[in-house]
Design a binder for this molecule. Structure first.
Ligand SMILES: Cc1cc2nc3c(=O)[nH]c(=O)nc-3n(C[C@H](O)[C@H](O)[C@H](O)COP(=O)(O)OP(=O)(O)OC[C@H]3O[C@@H](n4cnc5c(N)ncnc54)[C@H](O)[C@@H]3O)c2cc1C
Length: 460
């Protein structure tokens, strides 16, 4: 329970709309799918950085744990609460404060959704290239806190590469205004990087300066059936070279996933016939309508000639391109038989085929009828392995985790490519980080949040 004297101080210091408790929390959940009702009994909704600072200073004084909530689309239980936690939500900080076409930056509050900024940039002939399936709910603060990756990392990098500056509030309420607007600024430590990817454990991100790009004039999308993994790896290199910097996505699907999203009851239909060993969605973004289309077609034709592609379709319109992307985004089909175990690993491309074969074989050895789906951002070495719980014993999760995570150590892989650690992957952190790295993470946490009030128990 929350200390009544802290509650009284918060009520006195914040406007009424910034505090919700009791019946006002009815219907509130801790995840975007509304599966888990909120367990915390007090929700703070500051409307400004000053109010975030006031709220944190008071909670810090009382040693009160605070869990930060963005769009709740995170998938590693980072936003789970207990009855004794206070939730701090950025839902009232949803302003796009400025978009500067000349400098190509946006200044936003952290509760703005990814889609809100994508659309606002688009209206001004610009683009914010971060993109992920959860774009309608995920917030830019959450994207930065998790260093989200998504569909176009191959070309534009992860969120880290798109954040020029940010403002964050430390556990004790101190505001760090690191709102740099410059692409190049080596004036001392780049403090924003400490907060990006820290999953809310080192500070609450309140505002961001984000780098925008010129809106691409042209998008080419193709979907191809590929004769095998070696051909897939060669195709990635070929397309990257042939498209001269234009390749923006290379999204691979193993047959189980492709068949799932292109067979009823899924709404998707197969753009190329079933039966190939691998499939890939290829996208390029460019600025020259005629030349881009020609270059893309020629690159694919050469790939087919060289035996790297068995069959392919090229989208002839934006709608056709969107339909191909919809297959890749339709990951919720994997939840048809119950909430699946979803993994997000990084594997060097040279080791990817053997890794996938080993994981699938180990799963089948344990549970012959297991449903496992593999797909992901192959251009970034990032695979999603999704295992359906149906037919598995109720306590199968730790064994499934071991099958997916253990082989990563030998190949220098990562247990989290983009989703983060949260509460879910903490026990496995030592597979991807050395003891010295984990010690330094603890030292940083102690220095910035000595009472451990921010998202306690997450990451380390
Ligand atoms: C359908 C779907 C597709 C997805 N696709 C991708 C993908 O392709 N790539 C990818 O990387 N992720 C993906 N995700 C995961 C998720 O969308 C990202 O992790 C996203 O960045 C989370 O943003 P959020 O606002 O929902 O954060 P939340 O879920 O609310 O929070 C996530 C973590 O960040 C912390 N946090 C949130 N806001 C702040 C803040 N302002 N300051 C400090 N800490 C904060 C929270 O405490 C929590 O630990 C997907 C999720 C779904 C449901």
């Amino acid at each position: 329970m929350i200390d009544p004297s802290l509650l009284a101080r918060l009520k006195a210091a914040l406007p009424p709309e910034a505090l919700l408790a009791g019946e006002q929390l009815a219907g509130r959940t801790e995840d975007w799918m509304h599966l888990q009702p909120m367990r915390a009994t007090l929700l703070l909704r500051p409307g400004s950085t000053a109010e975030v600072s006031t709220a944190l200073a008071l909670c810090h004084g009382a040693g009160q744990a605070v869990i930060t909530h963005g769009g709740l689309t995170g998938v590693v239980h980072g936003t789970d609460t207990t009855q004794s936690d206070v939730v701090l939500s950025l839902e009232r900080m949803r302003k796009i404060e400025a978009i500067e076409p000349l400098q190509r930056v946006a200044l936003v509050e952290a509760g703005v959704t990814l889609q809100q900024l994508q659309e606002a940039a688009d209206e001004r002939g610009l683009a914010f290239p971060l993109d992920l399936g959860a774009r309608g709910n995920a917030t830019l603060g959450g994207n930065a806190a998790t260093n989200a990756g998504g569909n176009r990392v191959l070309r534009f990098g992860m969120t880290r590469e798109m954040v020029l500056g940010l403002e964050a509030v430390l556990a004790d309420g101190t505001v760090i205004p690191a709102l740099n607007r410059l692409i190049k600024n080596n004036s001392g430590y780049d403090l924003k990087q400490i907060f990006i990817g820290s999953e809310g454990t080192l500070g609450v991100i309140t505002r961001l300066v984000l780098r925008l790009r010129e809106k691409p004039a042209r998008q080419e999308v193709a979907f191809a059936a590929v004769p095998g993994f070696d051909a897939l790896a060669a195709l990635l290199k070929h397309m990257d070279r042939a498209l001269e910097g234009g390749l923006s996505a290379f999204e691979v699907m193993w047959p189980e996933f492709y068949e799932l999203v292109t067979t009823p009851p899924s709404g998707g239909r197969p753009p190329v016939p079933h039966g190939a060993p691998c499939y890939v969605l290829i996208e390029s973004l460019g600025g020259d309508s005629a030349a881009d289309a020609e270059r893309f077609q020629a690159a694919l034709a050469k790939a087919a000639e060289d035996g790297l592609v068995d069959d392919a379709v090229v989208a002839k319109s934006q709608a056709e391109g969107a339909a191909l992307w919809a297959l890749r985004d339709d990951v919720m089909q994997t939840a048809r038989w119950g909430l699946p175990f979803a993994f997000d690993v990084s594997v060097p491309i040279a080791d990817m085929r053997a890794y996938v074969e080993r994981v699938k074989a180990d799963l089948r050895t344990n549970w012959p009828n297991v449903r496992a789906f593999v797909f992901g951002h192959m251009g970034d070495g990032n695979l999603h392995v999704v295992v359906s719980p149906d037919g598995l014993p109720a306590n199968a999760r730790p064994a499934v985790e071991r099958i997916v995570y253990a082989p990563l150590q030998q190949v220098g892989g990562a247990i989290s490519a983009e989703h983060g650690i949260g509460l879910e992957k903490k026990a496995w952190l030592s597979i991807s980080r050395s003891p010295a790295e984990i010690d330094l993470m603890r030292t940083l946490k102690r220095a910035m949040d000595p009472k451990g009030i921010l998202n306690p128990g997450r990451v380390i």
